[in-house]
Design a protein around this ligand. Structure first.
Ligand SMILES: [Fe+2]
Length: 346
């Protein structure tokens, strides 16, 4: 078995493949690592056939849907998963064929109701059911400490103690453990009485993960995160630097239209000399009057450089092929003490 472990912060994903057939599956991929996974699969001579989420993630952005479109292979999740884009719903005791390998599903609710562990040869991919020295939390949507107790003590921990455990998270840079090591030393597993375990889980009082609502929204719907929208827009737009814009303003460049896409009050309190105002929210409806010549060179700017990137991508999509965005925004422009005009332009 070929095994690649890819860490993104504390999130772990796994590329597992059959050497004989070059067939592979990707477990718990994260959205920012798409190119990395594809490059690893190519380097190892693997073809990804399945994209698997061990559960509905609340703390990172899953790449399964985007990769499924790119590779034309199925997204696999436990059969009760809420995500409508799951192509292959799989149940307890069922298997995926990975060339000569068999990937066996064990339903282990508790962290979420749709959590599953995946056993293959001498390894088990435990999602957030069992972590190294910990367990998944049970206080997020569909979490249930009683169910987690049963999944751990009635099922997962009864597997062969020598099985290697590969969790969906590790925040301390550890790669794997074994079932036996976890039974012996995982602090959460020392409460072997059901009621004591449930009380311990209820009293953890953990802070919410960052982006929890956005992660659940995108992972459950297949929609896009804000970072994804920005990255996609940035990939379609050229940029120019603050210093380059300053040089062009000072040189009196008449070719370039600087389009400030902030709201009027922000614009009037200080803008790039000569900039025109067209707030982001009005671009589509006012562009025909404001920018009648689509062949002009236009530069969008905003406060931080993000809204202007989206605006530039929109304008390109609308048929302005010479639009660029400012790398940075007016906040950085002011910090650099570059020239400003206030009020309206003549
Ligand atoms: Fe999770």
């Amino acid at each position: 078995m070929i095994l690649e472990q890819i860490a993104t912060g504390g999130c772990q994903s796994y590329l597992i493949g059959c050497e004989d057939t070059s067939t592979a599956a990707l477990i718990d991929p994260e959205i920012s690592q798409i190119d990395h996974y594809l490059a690893l699969a190519a380097r190892d001579g693997l073809r990804i056939r399945y994209l698997i989420d061990t559960h509905t993630h609340a703390d990172h952005f899953s790449a399964t849907r985007q990769l499924a479109r790119k590779l034309a292979v199925p997204v696999v999740m436990y059969r009760t998963s809420a995500a409508p884009f799951v192509d292959m719903r799989i149940g307890d005791g069922e298997m995926l064929m990975l060339g000569r390998l068999r990937l066996q599903v064990m339903h282990t609710p508790g962290h979420t109701s749709d959590s599953m562990c995946l056993q293959i040869e001498g390894s088990v991919f435990t999602g957030d059911t069992l972590l190294i020295g910990g367990t998944g939390r049970t206080d997020l949507p569909s979490g249930n400490p009683e169910a987690l107790y049963d999944s751990l003590f009635q099922r997962l921990l009864k597997l062969d103690p020598s099985l290697r455990v590969f969790p969906a998270h590790d925040y301390k840079g550890r790669q794997s453990s074994t079932i036996g090591e976890e039974i012996a030393s995982n602090p959460r597993l020392q409460k072997r009485d059901r009621a004591a375990f449930v009380d311990m889980m209820r009293e953890l009082n953990l802070s919410m993960p960052t982006h929890v609502t956005e992660a659940l929204r995108t992972n459950m719907s297949g929609g896009k995160s804000v970072a994804q929208l920005l990255a996609e827009a940035a990939a379609r737009v050229p940029f120019i630097s603050l210093a380059e814009l300053k040089a062009r303003v000072e040189a009196g460049d008449q070719d370039l239209i600087v389009l400030d896409v902030r709201e009027r009050d922000a614009y009037e309190s200080g803008h790039v000399p000569g900039a025109r105002l067209l707030p982001r929210g009005q671009i589509e409806l006012r562009v025909n009057q404001e920018l009648p010549d689509p062949t002009r060179r236009i530069l969008t700017c905003c406060e931080l450089g993000q809204v202007s990137t989206l605006a530039a991508a929109t304008l390109r999509e609308m048929g302005f092929p010479h639009v660029v965005a400012l790398d940075g925004g007016m906040k950085a422009w002011r910090a650099a003490a570059y020239p400003l005009n206030s009020g309206q332009e003549p």
